[in-house]
Design a protein around this ligand. Structure first.
Ligand code: EPU
Length: 419
């Protein structure tokens, strides 16, 4: 089992380059099933989750080529079949369920293992299924599987009870090949949805309004293969912004879209961090007296749940009382126990965490309990006194490209230990 070992207390300096967004690339790879032509993803982040979804496609007979030299993934689904994807792979990652929309739209039938829950919550798929049913898909659930069948997908008006990212993506992908017009109301508005719509539109789809809460899709008969470069990963960028703040350092982060970073920039500004945008870069100066802040996670453009753990690490080191309220996932506080091992003072009260900033965290043996929790522990460790050993780092590898190398380049004492 590998570990990340961090000796805290170093100042960071220099520049870091942000990779493409994991949460854009996963649905885009799934969407490539919609065309029998080849699709090319440029600047693809070579992450565990990306490799898993490629394997899921391969288990359906797709040819997927991963070129690590130039970071291009080539997907050829011309020989893909309606067979069942490898259930072990599907259960590894919830995002595997994103192939449901494209598979049913292209082949009219599909059977897939239920993705199951995960560490951060039960994460049901009812909204995905409700949306697909409205498009004319017959769904049968049983024995841990979802069986979907349709003679024809027909556009419809769908109101989502909650703006689910995955459900919006699955419905949008299926509706792209449906007959007639589909409207998704109360749709998720995350930048990754807009990126998926750009990908689909360049394939020939007719989608308007992605990135707002109302998306209109006029179905087309077929889609063609394209080349696409996904957007930058706003969560990776946010994680490095917090790295500067927690180590009281000044660094330059290359690869951001200001618009996508607004909720994180607003909170860090409120906290007292100085930032300057220079085109697609941001200079973050955390060498200030920081103030406690309250945060409530919300669907985009609210504060992202995927930055909650990292902000908690920061606020654990900021004098005063901060309150974080998690409204998206019911169990996304697994990192609290680990941060407490490092000396953080945090109390959970229902959906809120009350954080009393301490003078200094201290190094400890901790475990990454999920992807963002793991990132939060690295951040905490960078500012802590002494050495921190972080275990279960496979969670971190699911969503960050060589995180320890990028942080090392900024001057921190961090390394990966292979045991
Ligand atoms: N939900 C339902 N029913 C559904 C779908 C969702 O009740 O049918 C609930 C979930 O249980 C959850 C909430 O709605 O409580 C939000 O879930 P959503 O569907 O929006 O999330 P997701 O599509 O499963 C994506 C990201 C997550 C990110 C969330 C929220 C991908 C591959 N994953 O998940 O990313 O936290 O949106 O922004 O895009 C991460 O990168 O660390 C991560 C977990």
């Amino acid at each position: 089992m590998e570990k990340i070992i961090v000796k805290g207390g170093c100042k960071l300096s220099g520049e870091v380059n942000i990779s493409s967004a994991k949460n854009s690339v996963l649905p885009i790879i799934a969407a490539s099933i919609l065309s029998g032509d080849k699709c090319y993803i440029r600047n693809a982040p070579m992450l565990e989750d990306v490799l898993v979804i490629c394997d899921v496609l391969r288990s359906l007979n797709a040819e997927v080529n991963i070129n690590r030299t130039n970071n291009i993934i080539t997907i050829d689904t011309s020989k893909a079949c309606t067979g069942e994807p490898n259930p072990e792979l599907v259960r590894k990652m919830r995002a595997s369920f994103l192939i449901m929309g494209p598979m049913i739209a292209r082949f009219g039938k599909f059977r897939i293992s239920l993705p199951g829950g995960c560490n951060i919550g039960t994460r049901p798929i009812d909204l995905h299924l409700k949306g697909l049913t409205a498009l004319g898909v017959k769904i049968k659930l049983g024995h841990g599987y979802v069986e979907a069948n349709t003679n024809k997908l027909i556009g419809n008006k769908i109101y989502l009870d909650f703006p689910s990212v995955g459900a919006t993506e699955n419905i949008m992908m299926a509706a792209a090949l449906a007959e007639g017009e589909t409207t998704i109301e109360n749709a998720a508005a995350e930048p990754e949805i807009e990126d998926l719509a750009h990908f689909l539109n360049s394939m020939g789809a007719k989608i308007k309004g992605a990135g707002t809460d109302t998306i209109k899709i006029s179905g087309v008969k077929e889609l063609k293969g394209v080349t696409h470069t996904p957007i930058y990963d706003r969560i990776e960028a946010g994680t490095f912004m917090v790295a500067a703040a927690i180590t009281k350092s000044k660094i330059k982060i290359n690869g951001i879209m200001e618009e996508h970073m607004k909720p994180v920039i607003a909170k860090l500004t409120e906290c007292g961090v100085a930032m300057e945008i220079q085109g697609e870069s941001i200079i973050v100066d955390g060498d200030r007296d920081l103030r406690p802040v309250d945060i409530k996670t919300m669907p985009y453009p609210g504060f992202p749940t995927d930055m909650q753990a990292q902000m908690m690490a920061l606020l654990s080191t900021v004098k005063g009382t901060s309150i974080i309220t998690e409204t998206i996932f019911e169990n996304r506080y697994m990192h609290v126990g680990e941060l407490k091992r490092m000396g953080a003072e945090i109390k959970i009260e229902g959906r809120s965490a009350v954080i009393e900033g301490v003078d200094r965290l201290c190094g400890a043996e901790v475990k990454a309990t999920d992807l963002r929790a793991g990132a939060a522990l690295i951040l905490a460790a960078l500012s802590a006194e002494g050495v921190t050993a972080i275990g279960d780092i496979y969670h971190i590898d699911r969503g960050y490209v060589e995180i320890e190398k990028k942080i090392q380049m900024l001057g921190a004492d961090i390394r990966r230990l292979k045991e």
